[in-house]
Design a protein around this ligand. Structure first.
Ligand code: SF4
Ligand code: SF4
Length: 328
């Protein structure tokens, strides 16, 4: 665990990285999920949550049941809402944004056929990396220089089209159809025998979407929100009728609670550093203000900040803090 943590911490020095926390029955049983989330919280590393799903032709026994996945998503969302200024869980952001905007944010919740083309090492073409290497899902080969039209006429493409047509009927009465779209075709094909059925995680999606909608309804009708709309008008980022509230913050695409809190901390730290002039005194002050978790972590962050200030030509640009300043 210590090696894993130090590797994860090193990730913060790189601009582009992503961590996927995979939920499987083992992690659910041992409650490792909650423990792991605390580790993410302490280190300030972002992540997203995915369920462990079966392979196309067999089950390794590690897949998560739909009811447990739905319950865990709701628990994690409540946890995230309480800690949204310290961490970012992108898959939960996407679910909240989908409900608020009425359209899915990731391929799982859209008609995905045509969103991607995947070419495997031998030149075969597929519509998803999860299907690569399986002849029954092959759309064509680059050797044949196929047109998009020809790819869309392949037998594999017809499987997608048939499923989409059936799903639009099966899920027609569902309140969440606009931003769920029956879920992921791969999950359907891996999870049960009916090739045109909705995603086997339907129950999980329904549970978490219901949970999000209920909380959004509560926030939308709260006195604070109504007052804020009366004072400032309709919101421009996210749903126009949602101005104030923890979940409302997650539905905004352009301002993340975590980022806002980090930038505010960085500004306070820079002001305190300018005022005190030396790192240990400033670190002590930041710790007493509750801005850094420990005096030592504050000192480490301030030294990183000073180092950057000496090499950066853009001192007055707050974006300099984005990748280099990690108060925790
Ligand atoms: S099959 Fe599933 S994972 Fe693949 S593109 Fe479609 S929704 Fe995404
Ligand atoms: S939640 Fe279930 S029923 Fe509703 S759209 Fe998604 S897969 Fe279909």
């Amino acid at each position: 665990m210590a090696t894993l943590m130090s590797d994860m911490l090193r990730l913060r020095l790189w601009g582009n990285w992503a961590i996927i926390a995979l939920l499987n029955p083992l992690s659910m049983l041992s409650m490792m999920v909650t423990k792991d989330v605390k580790i993410f919280l302490e280190t300030g590393l972002h992540f997203s949550i995915h369920p462990s799903i079966p392979c196309l032709d067999n089950s390794a026994g590690f897949e998560l049941s739909s009811d447990r996945y739905g319950a865990r998503l709701c628990d994690m969302l409540d946890y995230y809402l309480r800690n949204r200024q310290k961490i970012k869980i992108s898959s939960l952001d996407q679910l909240c944004q989908a409900v608020a905007s009425g359209s899915g944010r990731v391929c799982t919740f859209q008609d995905c056929f045509g969103m991607f083309l995947v070419i495997d090492p031998v030149g075969d073409i597929y519509s998803c990396h999860r299907l690569a290497g399986r002849p029954e899902y092959r759309l064509g080969s680059i050797d044949d220089k196929p047109s998009l039209r020809r790819l869309s006429e392949s037998a594999a493409a017809q499987m997608f089209t048939r499923r989409e047509a059936t799903i639009s009927e099966t899920c027609r009465e569902c309140n969440h159809n606009a931003y769920c779209k029956g879920g992921c075709p791969y999950n359907t094909w891996a999870g049960n025998g009916d090739a045109t059925a909705p995603d086997p995680y339907c129950e999980a999606y329904r549970t978490v979407f219901d949970h999000i909608r209920q909380r959004l309804d509560e926030e939308m009708s709260s006195e604070e929100n109504i007052e804020a709309i009366a004072m400032k008008g309709l919101a421009e980022d996210g749903h126009p009728l949602m101005r104030i509230g923890p979940l409302t913050e997650l539905t905004r695409e352009h301002s993340r609670p975590f980022q806002t809190a980090r930038t505010a901390k960085a500004i306070v730290a820079a002001v305190e550093l300018a005022r005190h002039g030396d790192v240990p005194a400033t670190a002590l002050r930041l710790h007493s203000m509750g801005i850094s978790r420990t005096r030592e972590s504050g000192e480490a962050s301030l030294r990183g900040l000073m180092e950057q200030m000496h090499v950066s030509a853009a001192l007055n640009n707050i974006s300099v803090f984005d990748k280099t300043f990690f108060l925790s």
